[in-house]
Unconditional design. Structure first.
Length: 257
């Protein structure tokens, strides 16, 4: 009886704290900032603007196919130029709607977005995470980290690792060279821009060897950054590297067989 009363009081206290939090910090849409019914949610308009990636997609790059090519189908591009990572998955196509919520997360200190976005990553990575050993973010250079105050990829990776019950390794990789922003660069320019920009972090060699590493980033455009990071990890002895990102640029027409 006493235990039942304690549980009842605890639940009541939590409800009270939740109502107080909603009054002090009312739930706002992660995309536009308008009021919504619950924290870490999108309003109807912003939700409608998100194009989530669903199967069928390339088993390697995660780029959607225009038609169902069968389980395990791999795009012609991935066959011709196999990436250093084994599999990449993105929660949504990069669109105006996706750009808006990611920009708000990165530049408006909307840290409450990370748990919600991590759930999206867990869903699209459901075929990857059960075999993984650790989660690591794509790192920022220290100068950019200082100006931005936090690494959005690290916050996504932290929340994802916690939800998946995996080790979180925020310093597995280090960005040792400041690079130009990738926006506006061609594929070749992006690859040259990040060439040699990443190294293993201190003591990471022993952590990586024979392990399956999941890299987390916010946006994948050409895949140059993910490729550069994956190469470092594979060369260090990682058994497998997979990539999970919030959004990726999808070529017109999707992936080709």
């Amino acid at each position: 009886m006493q235990t039942s009363r304690i549980m009842h009081w605890t639940a009541a206290a939590r409800r009270g704290l939740s109502r107080f939090a909603d009054i002090a910090l009312p739930p706002l849409c992660l995309g536009c900032g308008r009021g919504v019914s619950a924290h870490a949610a999108l309003c109807g308009d912003c939700w409608a603007g998100i194009d989530f990636i669903e199967r069928p997609f390339c088993a390697v790059t995660g780029i959607p196919f225009p038609y169902d090519a069968g389980d395990g189908a791999v795009s012609a591009a991935a066959v011709a130029y196999p990436p250093a990572y084994a599999r990449a998955r993105a929660a949504m196509r990069y669109s105006d709607g996706a750009a808006r919520i990611i920009h708000r997360f990165k530049y408006s200190d909307r840290m409450e977005s990370a748990p919600a976005f991590a759930r999206w990553l867990a869903r699209i990575g459901s075929d990857i995470l059960p075999q993984a050993d650790m989660v690591a973010p794509v790192p920022l250079h220290k100068r950019r980290l200082f100006s931005r105050r936090f690494n959005q990829s690290a916050e996504l990776a932290r929340a994802l690792a916690r939800n998946a019950g995996l080790a979180y390794q925020p310093e597995l990789l280090a960005r040792v060279r400041a690079t130009r922003p990738q926006v506006g660069l061609s594929g070749d320019q992006r690859r040259r821009n990040v060439a040699g920009a990443f190294r293993l972090g201190p003591g990471a060699q022993a952590l990586v060897r024979d392990r399956h590493v999941v890299l987390v980033d916010d946006v994948m455009t050409t895949g140059a950054t993910a490729e550069a990071c994956a190469k470092v990890l594979v060369q260090a002895g990682a058994a497998e590297v997979s990539v999970l990102c919030l959004a990726r640029v999808v070529p017109a027409g999707g992936a080709s067989i």
